[in-house]
Design a protein around this ligand. Structure first.
Ligand code: PLP
Length: 433
């Protein structure tokens, strides 16, 4: 149950905004209830309009890796805004951002900024089609790449509970050019490329799928995606919108030692402001307008506030917190490991079937004893138990994603004490449901 002011605002919102929200998952429909409205957020905490505070494990769905409203970002935004908010002509922050991304991610030789992850993946797909002069793309069941027409097919996240396999309004003829495969299925991939490999422009994959919970590739699977695309003259596009700059300087491709042809980014690189980016091989990127035939543009692309906020966030992440202190990524792994060991001993003690997938600061708890290989396993978890768990936690001041298909996020503002308090709540809630 949310507070009276949240209820009043939601009623008013529903009159003027479809479903009362500007993005479907926020409506809490997957957990059967109504959302609370936020008044402010700072560090690891969010406060709703009724004055209740929560330890937050969403972090605005990924961007807020330093926590909410860190001074390093708010001060930067104040300073930069004094000189202007948007110019529509190049500014120096764009160059620094491009240098930073290409320095941190070796596969990215050139990069183009845009305003959302959706724009990044949509543009990367168009570029891959333009470069290869082929029409078909391959994606995986349960992977979400934003809401452009070609990619809103068998998508995860909000689309997974949307009730239709694809969105209404996507022409069949578009969807037909998107081939969907089960994730982690080597046989299906090899069969498709043996039959149709020369027609495929690209494979797009969430580097670690994180919109159907959190799913990991089986050993060798990502290498296979790389070799099979190379063999057939297709491109490999890594969607690192969620994992990029969160799991390390070079994201999953750094961890797995892979070199995709193109990569997509967003979330963390905007410091909480609207941002996206796609980049990769220079010969592919140079197909973009104004020097190549593939058109792509944006009024607010490379916006100075978003660039400066993102740069401030990246510097803070890579830097250390003082002499002998770990950098941000190492610290996030420490926090993640602390959370995981506490959670495992708690749940093992309860004798409940569960799976807990975690990498660094990303995690997902599933109420199931199935091995999580792909989206088929994800949807077979105990959804009713999840709902009860979600509401029990929210009631006690812990805000988890309002859907069993979302990944949770830790930030550098979380402390071991926050995590221990959260586990105490988990214990209390699990004892009563
Ligand atoms: N790709 C991935 C992996 C995502 O998780 C998301 C959003 O959650 C997107 C693309 C779309 O990004 P945006 O919501 O900024 O359009």
């Amino acid at each position: 149950m949310t507070g009276p002011l949240s209820q009043k605002l939601f009623a008013a919102a529903k009159e003027k905004i479809p479903g009362g929200v500007n993005s479907p998952v926020r409506a809490f429909r997957n957990v059967g209830g109504e959302p609370f409205f936020v008044r402010r957020a700072k560090g690891s905490r969010i406060e709703d309009v009724d004055g209740k505070t929560y330890i937050d494990y969403i972090g605005s769905w990924g961007p807020n890796i330093l926590g909410h409203a860190p001074a390093v970002i708010t001060n930067t935004i104040h300073e930069v805004a004094k000189d202007g908010i948007s110019f529509g002509i190049p500014n120096p922050y764009e160059v620094e951002m491009a240098r930073t991304i290409t320095d941190w991610v070796p596969s990215v030789e050139k990069v183009r900024m845009c305003s959302s992850g959706t724009e990044a993946t949509m543009s990367a797909i168009r570029l891959a089609r333009g470069f290869t002069k082929r029409d078909y793309i391959v994606k995986f069941d349960g992977c979400y790449h934003g809401h452009s027409d070609s990619l809103l097919v068998a998508a995860g996240s909000g689309a997974l509970t949307h009730g239709e396999p694809d969105s209404a309004g996507v022409p069949k003829s578009f969807a037909e050019k998107t081939i969907v495969l089960p994730y982690n299925d080597v046989e299906a991939l090899e069969k498709l490329f043996a039959e149709q490999g020369e027609q495929i422009a690209a494979i797009i994959v969430e580097s670690y799928p994180a919109n159907a919970g959190l799913v990991f590739p089986r050993p060798g699977y990502l290498d296979l995606l790389s070799s099979i695309t190379k063999k057939h003259g297709a491109l490999l596009i890594f969607d690192e919108v969620m994992t990029g700059f969160r799991l390390g300087k070079a994201g999953v491709q750094g961890i797995e030692n892979l070199t995709p042809d193109l990569s997509c980014f967003g979330k963390v690189i905007g410091g909480g402001l609207p941002v996206g980016a796609f980049g990769g091989r220079a010969d592919v990127m140079d197909m973009l307008a104004p020097i190549g035939p593939v058109y792509q543009a944006g009024t607010l692309s490379g916006n100075p506030l978003a660039m400066a906020a993102g740069l401030a966030q990246l510097k803070q992440l890579a830097g250390t917190g003082g002499e002998g202190a770990p950098n941000g990524f190492t610290r996030l792994e420490q926090l993640g490991a602390h959370f995981e060991s506490g959670l495992r001993s708690l749940l093992d003690g309860k004798g409940l079937p569960y799976r807990f997938n975690r990498t660094g600061s990303m995690f997902c708890l599933y109420f199931t004893d199935r091995e999580i290989v792909n989206v088929d396993d994800v949807i077979k978890q105990d959804l009713e138990l999840f709902k009860k768990f979600f509401w029990g936690c929210l009631d006690k001041g812990i805000y988890l994603a309002p859907s069993p298909y979302e990944t949770g996020f830790l930030s550098l503002a979380h402390t071991e004490a926050d995590l221990d308090d959260t586990l105490t709540v988990f214990d209390e809630v699990l004892s009563t449901i």
